[in-house]
Structures are given as C-alpha cells and as structure tokens.
Design a protein around this ligand. Structure first.
Ligand code: ATP
Ligand code: 6CM
Ligand code: CA
Length: 585
C-alpha cells in the first residue's frame, strides 16, 4: 500500500525550493538548498489533510481561487496552544505549492486525493445540521455560515441545514423524520441544543431496535450516528470536555476528519418512567437551586449563573436525603487517582474492551453490551442518609469555562462509570472553600465534608418518602388542616350548628392553604424541605430518581482533550533539529 503511493519531487513555496515526499501516511516537505543544521521540515499526517485544490486557493476568511496549471494548494490541521484552556486550538493550515510542470502538478493532486481516500470511510460525507438561532449570544447562524460551511465545502461534505423555530424541534425531527443517507448530526448551539440531539438520537435508536426506554433495567442500544457540536451557547460544557476548547473552527475540523469519541450517558428514571438523559451533570441542592434561580433571570444571559450562584450561596440551604449507590470496580480507576481523561485515554480504551468484548460474529457487535449489566456482576449497593449541600452525579469531568478542571477532574468520558459527589451540610465558609476550589486546580475532594465515589447507578429518595411536599411551610399547613379536620370529625357528634361552623372554617383554611402555597412557592422565607434536580441545565419535575450509567452510548466527532503540554517540545513547523512532530491518534 505505502509503496505504490510514494511520490517524491522538488516543489516550490514562493521562491524557495523544497524536497517533498508523500508516503501512504505522511506528506513531508523539507527546505532544500540549506545546510543540514537549520533545515525546516513540516510533516502532516495524511489523516489530517483536509483537502487538495488545483491552483492557488484561499478558503477563510473569504474564498479565492487563482486557477493556474502548475500550482496546487494543500489544506491540513494546524495546532496551536490556546491561552485559556488545556486543549489545543485547531486551525486550517494552508500551503500553496508550485511545480515545474502541469504533469507533475496533476501527479501530486491525484496521489494526494488517492491517499485521502484511504481515510474517507471514517470521514462524514453527508450531515444533518441544526442551528439554534437563540442560543448563547444568538450568533449560531453567523458562526455556521461564515466559519463552518466553507470548511465543509472544502472537505466535500454536503449538509442539510435546519434553523430551529422552537425548542425541541431538533429532537422531534430526529425522532420522526427519515435519517437515511446521513453520516452524522451537527448541533450549532450550547448544551441544551446538544441535549435535544442526544434525546432525539437515543430515542430513535431504541425505537428502531424495538427497545423500551422507560424500563430502568433495559440495556440501551448505542447510537450509530455521530454527533458534532459547533459551540454557540452559554456554558458549552460538553464541547469543552470533549474537545478541550470552545472554538467553532476546531470543532468543524474534528467533524471533517471524522474523529470519534465515545461518551457515557446517564439515564434518569422516576418510578418506572424515563425522565431524561444526562452527559454532564445531574445535580441536587446547590446546582439545582442555582439553575432554578437563574431561570428567573434568563434576560441576563450567561451572567445569570454568577448572580444566581451568589443568591443561592447566601441563602445557605441544605437538604435531607437518602443516597444509595452501586460502586464501580475500584481496581479499574478512582475519582481521586489524579488521572486526566485526555485524547487516547487508556482507562477509556480499556473499558471499550470491557463494554464491547470482540465477539466472534462481528454482526452482533452490540449484543455483548448486555453482558455488562448482567445482574450477577452487579455488586453491593451502599446507602447513606443525612443533610447535604449538594449531591452531584457526573459522567465526565464537566470542565467548562467556570471550572477548568471540572466537577470531577479525574472522571472519564467513556469508562462506563459516573462520579457521585456528596457534599454534606457544613459551615458556609467551608462550602465556599469547596466551591472556590473548582475555579483553580486545588483538590475540591480533599475536604472532610466531601466524599466522592465512582459508581454505575445511584438512587436518591427523601427520608420517610415525603416526595410530594414542596415546602416545609405547606407541610405544616397540611398537618394543621388534617388536625383541624380530625377535630371536626371528633366534634361531628356535637350539635349540627358546630358542624356547620367547622365546615366554614375548613373552607377558609383551604383558601389559606392555596394562598399560602402560592406565597410559599414564590419566595418562601423558610428553607424549603426539598431542592430540584439540575439535569444538564434542565430542571427535573421529580425529587426521587434512579440514575444509571450506560457506557459509550453515543459518539461525538471529537478525540478528547489533546494534552497541550505534549505540544510544548515541538510545533507543526518543527524548529531546528527537531524534525519529529507529535502526531495524535
Ligand atoms: N428556535 C428556538 N427557539 C427557542 N428555543 C430554542 C430554539 N432552538 C432550541 N431552543 C432551546 O433553547 C435552549 C437553549 O439553547 P442552547 O443550549 O443552544 O443555548 P444556551 O442555553 O445559551 O447554552 P448552554 O445550554 O450551553 O448554557 C435549548 O434547550 C433548546 O431546546
Ligand atoms: C466563589 C466562587 C464560586 C464559583 C462556583 C464554581 C462552581 C462551578 C462549577 C460549574 C459546573 C457546571 C457544570 C455544567 C453544567 C451544564 O451541563 C449545565 C448546562 O449548561 N450548566 C448549568 O447547569 C449551569 C450551572 C452553573 C452552576 C454554577
Ligand atoms: Ca464516565
């Protein structure tokens, strides 16, 4: 394979001569006419070549083509360090080569295009794109048309674009419409938009597999279509944790070269109905109250979380609850092992073996998925009860702009487990220390009132099952009315007159109850007995829930966070004497 694709010749970049070599896996060009010492070599893996065009071509910011017959342009992935994040920024590298003859030029473009074909089965050719025009700073359409569409066109990708007119349009489309011919789905928006596509694809895949999502014990079928995220939201936490940067061009390039990053998904059930799926955070207490409070201030945009975070922090609330969890195998990994889930993570690749052991007949690739949840390997449930500041379950680190290392810095994207973080009730200043450590690299788990467990499933319930009570206040009121009614019943044997009296009183009390419940709901002075669940930025309508992690249920066009540090000792344009360049994958 490699031999017949080999091509070597002199090529010119501007007025400098280079020695260029194409093998099956790399395109390299080295400055000729220079002493060995300071030869500049650029080496690009063929897997990272985005496109080859005849002539001298520009793509971004505007497309321009100078069609000559001795020139050709190669577009490829160029990495650079980003100031604010761990991940590496990807941009479109472009080199315009000149040949001595048209024949040689055609030879180069044909060889390069043939080499690209060896990678094309992994690359998408047709994508379904949903744009949320209202997410984040309302720039979704502009971002797609000015930055992403030109790259898709260069890479020969055709896309069907839908600008959504209402919430849940993307989810409904994926549940109902014909999806044949699409290699993947792209959402241009934030976490909420991603969540819509996630729910649509998971629901559709189970429909087509004849599986029932509402059964908490069902083993869900992994989704065949990949999901691409073009970040255009407020938190963009999923994009941040899977790509490492919030940048539309980087995300578009990961989609174009067909990167594939499996992702764990947490299903949330109440009784025996499916409530929602989560990939980032299922949070009760602080994170739930912050989200509930922020819903009243949506007009603030992203700032609503900072304002609400402060208000909720100052309200100093804690909640009683019973948490039961099913620990994952502690020998595989632990939330405190200081590992980081990065591109090529071996904890995740090892769990791929565990989740999808290579069965003999590859046709039933996913049938082995059932083995993962066979009850005998379930293990022992652990139960804890008490008052908590917050209870969080996160399938991934949930790193985002607010918290560079995330809620659980050593969580893994695709290891089939989630991390359960229990923050017991504690002094307000200690809780502030816990929160503050999220904004730096200090260990937020190294506090006496914090415990974290790697789990496969979690159940949350209220002590003595007070599921329906919304606020303590109402509870007391209810009790008063019940007692009153009790008193009434007792007095019922009294005179008719008394009975009539008590009926009138009860009516009044009921009115009070309604009024009080409204007041209490609006701005209850007393701390409410229950909080709400924040599920990837959505508030759940239930308090008692059952969560379960489904390993690698979906795939993203990403490769995990590339370790920027590895980039240190070499750049794409390698420096003197360091011709070797780090290639990922
Ligand atoms: N055309 C639309 N009109 C109104 N709402 C929409 C529309 N399209 C999508 N939505 C809903 O808007 C919500 C927010 O969108 P999105 O997540 O893209 O932005 P965001 O909330 O600002 O970002 P993040 O979720 O990262 O904080 C989503 O839950 C989505 O369901
Ligand atoms: C004194 C300094 C204190 C600073 C507070 C530090 C704590 C930051 C942790 C942030 C973790 C966010 C997890 C991401 C959740 C997203 O799926 C979700 C949807 O976009 N965002 C929120 O619910 C938004 C929820 C935002 C909560 C703050
Ligand atoms: Ca995980």
């Amino acid at each position: 394979m490699e031999t017949d694709l080999r091509l070597e010749s002199s090529l010119w970049i501007g007025n400098k001569r280079y020695r260029a070599v194409l093998t099956g896996w790399h395109l390299k060009w080295t400055e000729a006419d220079k002493k060995n010492g300071d030869k500049k070599t650029v080496s690009v893996p063929v897997a990272e070549v985005v496109g080859v065009e005849n002539g001298r071509v520009e793509i971004l910011p505007q497309k321009s083509v100078e069609d000559t017959d001795k020139d050709f342009t190669v577009f490829y992935i160029k990495r650079s360090r980003s100031r604010s994040t761990y991940g590496l920024l990807w941009s479109l590298g472009r080199t315009q080569f000149s040949c001595p003859s048209r024949v040689l030029r055609d030879q180069w473009t044909n060889h390069l295009r043939t080499a690209l074909k060896t990678h094309s089965p992994l690359r998408p050719h047709r994508l379904l794109v949903f744009i949320n025009p209202f997410g984040g700073k309302k720039k979704g359409r502009e971002i797609y048309h000015s930055l992403v569409a030109p790259l898709f066109e260069l890479a020969g990708i055709s896309s069907h674009v839908i600008v959504t007119e209402r919430a849940n349009q993307a989810r409904d489309h994926l549940l109902k419409k014909d999806l044949t011919g699409f290699d993947g789905v792209v959402c241009v928006g934030g976490d909420g938009m991603f969540s819509e596509v996630l729910h649509g694809l998971i629901g559709r895949t189970q429909q087509e597999a004849g599986l029932c999502e509402t059964d908490p014990a069902v083993t869900l079928q992994p989704c065949p279509l990949h999901i691409g995220i073009i970040p255009a939201g407020s938190t963009d936490c999923v994009c941040y944790a899977t790509v490492g940067v919030i940048d539309p061009v980087s995300s578009a390039l990961h989609i174009i070269i067909g990167d594939s990053q499996p992702l764990d998904v947490c299903s949330v059930h109440h009784a025996s109905t499916l409530v929602r799926y989560s990939v980032s955070l299922v949070g009760y207490g602080f994170y739930g109250d912050v989200l509930a409070e922020s819903e009243k201030h949506r007009w603030m945009g992203p700032l609503r979380y900072d304002y609400s975070g402060t208000v909720v922090y100052l309200s100093n609330r804690s909640y009683a609850g019973i948490v039961q969890y099913l620990p994952a195998d502690p020998l595989l990994s632990s939330p405190k092992d200081k590992t980081r889930c990065l591109s090529g993570c071996n904890v995740c690749s090892r769990s791929t073996e565990r989740l999808f052991p290579h069965t003999s007949d590859s046709g039933s690739l996913y049938s082995s998925h059932f083995s993962q949840y066979s009850n005998d390997s379930e293990g022992e449930w652990v139960s804890v009860e008490g008052r908590f500041r917050c209870v969080s379950i996160t399938c991934m680190s949930s790193s985002c702009a607010r918290s560079p290392l995330g809620l659980s810095p050593s969580a893994h994207l695709a290891d089939g487990t989630g991390d359960l973080i229990l923050v017991w009730d504690t002094h307000p200043l200690s809780f502030l220390k816990f929160l503050y450590r999220h904004t730096s690299t200090q260990d937020q788990f190294d506090l006496p009132f914090v415990e974290v467990h790697r789990v496969k499933a979690v159940r949350f319930s209220l002590p003595d099952g007070r599921e329906e009570e919304v606020h303590e206040g109402i509870g007391e009121l209810n009790r008063a009315i019940e007692e009153r009614e009790y008193v009434d019943t007792v007095s019922r044997n009294g005179s008719q007159q008394q009975l009539a009296q008590s009926v009138v009183e009860r009516e009044t009390m009921n009115e009070h109850k309604t009024v009080a419940s409204i007041l209490c709901g609006l701005c209850c002075k007393k701390t409410p007995a229950v909080s709400v669940w924040n599920c990837d930025g959505e508030i759940l309508p239930f308090t008692e829930i059952f969560c379960r992690i489904h390993g690698q249920l979906v795939r993203l066009y990403a490769r995990g966070i590339e370790d920027g540090a590895a980039m240190q000792n070499c750049s794409q344009e390698s420096d003197k004497n360091k011709s070797r360049c780090i290639t990922y994958k």
